[in-house]
Structure formats: C-alpha cells, structure tokens
Design a protein around this ligand. Sequence first.
Ligand code: GTP
Ligand code: IMP
Ligand code: MG
Length: 463
Amino acid sequence: MHPGSSDALFWTAAFNGIKIVIYVAANSNCMFTILTGAQFGDEGKGKVIDLLAENYDVIVRFQGGDNAGHTVVVGGKKYKLHLVPSGAILGRRLLIGPGVVLNPHVLWDEIQVLESEGIKLDLGIDAKTSIIMPYHIELDALREQARTHKIGTTNRGIGFAYVDKVAREEVQMADLTDPDLLEAKLDEIGPAKEKAIADLGGDPTVVRHSPLIDEYLQIGLRLKERVADVSREINTALSEERGVLAEGAQGAFLDVIHGTQKYVTSSFTTAGSACANLGVGPVMVDNVVGVIKAYITRVGEGPMPTELTDEMGSRMREKGGEYGTTTGRPRRCGWFDAVLGLKSVYLNGYTELALTKLDVLTGIDPLKICIGYDLDGESIGYPPESTGMLARCEPIYEEMPGWTEDITEIKEYDDLPQNARAYVERLEDLLYVEQVGNSIAAVSVGPGREQTIFRDEAADQKI
Ligand code: GTP
Ligand code: IMP
Ligand code: MG
C-alpha cells in the first residue's frame, strides 16, 4: 500500500486469531496486486480477475501465451480469452507484458471477436514480447510426438518460443511491425530452425515460406499503434496512484522451476515472476491473490496425488464443467490437496485467497481433504521436491461432512450451510502461513460475477 493514498478504504478481518489489515482501494486507487493460480491452472482466475478488475486502472498479463484459457461470464454471456487480459470486458487499460509469448493470429482473432461484441479494447503490447512463430508450433508438435513420456502440451508452440527467448533467437513484437526487420531476423535464425524441423521429420519450409508469415506481418502492421513499453507504463501508473492488477496464467505447479518438472509449462507462473517479467520492483507489490479451487484439477500429464479415476472424479468433471478452455481435453479431477496448497502459499506469498467452485462439491458426502502423504511408508506434510517422488505419494485424507443445499444463489457467508463454512475454514487453517497472514477472503459459488461471497461486509462496498 502506498502511504498517503487518500481514497483507499481498508477493513480488518480476524481469522486464525490474527488481526489482518486488508487494504482495498476504491475506484481510482493506488495498488499493485498480483494474482496467480495456486494449483495446476484453470482455478477460475478469469472470473476473479474480471471481478477485481473494477478496482484497477490497468490489467496486465505477465507470462504464458495462448495455452491459457480464461472463461469469464458476464450477464449470462460467456467470453473465452486466451491472450487479452480478463479486464477487457470492463474497458480498462490492458497490457501484454514482455514475459508473454504471443501468437499474433490468436490475439488478432480475439480482438476482432471482442470488438464485434461492441467491446472497445485499449490494449498495449510490449515491444519485446516474443512472438510464437509457425515453426514453434511445428516443433512443439514434432517434439511431443517423438517423446516416449509425453508432457501433453497444448500444442501452441509455447515451450519452443521460450527456448528461443532464452537462446536470444526470438522474433519480438517490434520486429513484426517492420517487414525488413522480420526478414533480416528470419535470415539470421532461419537455417538453424529449418535444420531442427528437418531433423524431427517435419517440413522445414514452414520457417521462412509459410503463408502465415505474411499474415503475421499484416497483423503486426495493424497492431503497430498498440506497441508499448509496459514496464514504463506500469511504473508511471503506480507513481500516479493508479491501480495495476498483474494477471497470471496457468498455476503454481506448472511453474518451470517450482512445478512438477518436466510436466510443466515453460514459464514462471508464480507471483515473484510478475515483478521480473514486468520490470516492476518488488517493493511496489501490495497484495498477492491466489485463486484456488475447492478440489483440484489438472490437464495434461504429470503427478497429481489426489486424482480420482473413479465415479467421483467423473462426477466432479461433469458438475464442474472440467474440460479445457483451450484444448477441450477432459481435466483430471481430485480431492483438495492441502499439502500442495501449503506449498503454493509459500511459493507465492499469498496475502488473500479466493476459493472457487465450492458449489461443485454440493451433494458429496463425505468430503475428503488431503492433509499429508505417505511416501514409501513415511508420513510427510510437505511435497517432496522430486517429481518422481511426488508420483509415489499416497494421499492421507481426513473426512468432513458435506451439504446438500443449493448454494449458488447465496450472497452472505453466514448463509452458507454450516458444513460448507466448516469446509472453507478447515482449508483456511490448513493453508495458513503465519508470516504471510493469509486468509480465504472470497468464496465463489458459480461462474457468474454475482456468485461470489466476500468474507467481510465492507468488501461488498468495493466489488
Ligand atoms: P487458466 O488461465 O487457463 O489456468 O484458466 P482459469 O484459471 O481462468 O480458469 P478457466 O476459465 O479455464 O476454468 C474455470 C471454469 O470454471 C470456467 O468455465 C469458469 O466459468 C468456471 N467457474 C469459475 N468459478 C466458478 C465457480 O465458483 N463455480 C462454478 N461452477 N464454475 C466456476
Ligand atoms: P504447454 O504450456 O502447452 O507447453 O503445456 C505444458 C503443460 O501445461 C501441459 O500439461 C498443459 O496441459 C499444461 N497447461 C498449459 N497451459 C495450461 C492452462 O492454461 N491450464 C491448465 N494447464 C495448462
Ligand atoms: Mg484455463
């Protein structure tokens, strides 16, 4: 919180016996908030960002690409967004940061769809944003086909675009706005890409002769006016006491360092990376919001200790609509894993959590919560570092009674069935980290904006 901000209102909440002061900015405000997914992605970040966006002036995406798929439901209308930040529907300043990998074709389509719905976009794209070229998508598909142990990527070229960023061989947004620059870049890096594709049995002409390259250039020229310096814009906004919300994609355990390597995406999905990716100092951060589902899902390969491959898993999938927004793949579902959840609070330093999809658990009795693992005969309360060891972990559960009442129309926390409140509060206890003082500040009971319950009365005034 920036001291001296006159229009910020704050409220206090007492959870876990600790008094927490949560500052909430009203309308024009001066906060820098980072929001990330606390599990394996698809926690419902789109809905929560859309909800919070009202209180911020700038919404900025800081990592990932069109592998992400946010679903936002406003007034019963569904918007599926892959690249445009979720605040789009509210008409905020939207930014795509240089840590994102961008498929111009996907972005252009999204802009067209939103604008055809009458949504005018005030969108800036950092000049240094890496472009996902057609050869990245080709390489992604070829490499995945060749793998014995598949990752189950979204096949959007994400990993190979990040490889090129780190290898200093990327095409950047600014290159797309100038045909000469792009041609020179492709002449420089093209031969190595052609060889890599040919070695994997693919068609190397995709590198310099794909018809998509011309299309990319056309889009680049149309986007030229939107090219921005995102770090500068954010720092300027904060110095003028305007609020900035940094939106993450995917989730903590898909992080390329801290996730379940190799079954991860290729970007840094945890909160700390927002500062590095956006070029904002860590001292500017006021809040870190984690979005976490009342159960857990994963799409793609990799360990998930509480996975349910039985009838209960299918029930969660059908009731929760757990099919990928980007790929349509069925998501693997399982009981809430508080062991992973606690690690997520550590990885991100969440100050507040938004618990989503509580309504999906209605009618399930008993509910199970994973509170520890059995690893080769030993009980542990924190996930092992190695992915192989995590795959061997057997969940240790505690059970809680469920509820049968429909909760999707409930607006006040106290009106939730007692067993639902007990479930929320048990998760809150299990995820509590004293140094951070985190709490479950909001509970989502349906996809709509209005289907959100705040844990403190004063919060209703702001969202
Ligand atoms: P990624 O960035 O791809 O990780 O996605 P995301 O976190 O934005 O989530 P995504 O939109 O892919 O999936 C969440 C789905 O659940 C969407 O269809 C939402 O409309 C829906 N949803 C969000 N909150 C709730 C809720 O509380 N209850 C129910 N039933 N559905 C919800
Ligand atoms: P990639 O990001 O396409 O390389 O995919 C790597 C892994 O991350 C795969 O298991 C994907 O299913 C997963 N993944 C990538 N993006 C998302 C997402 O937005 N939600 C959930 N899983 C994702
Ligand atoms: Mg998603």
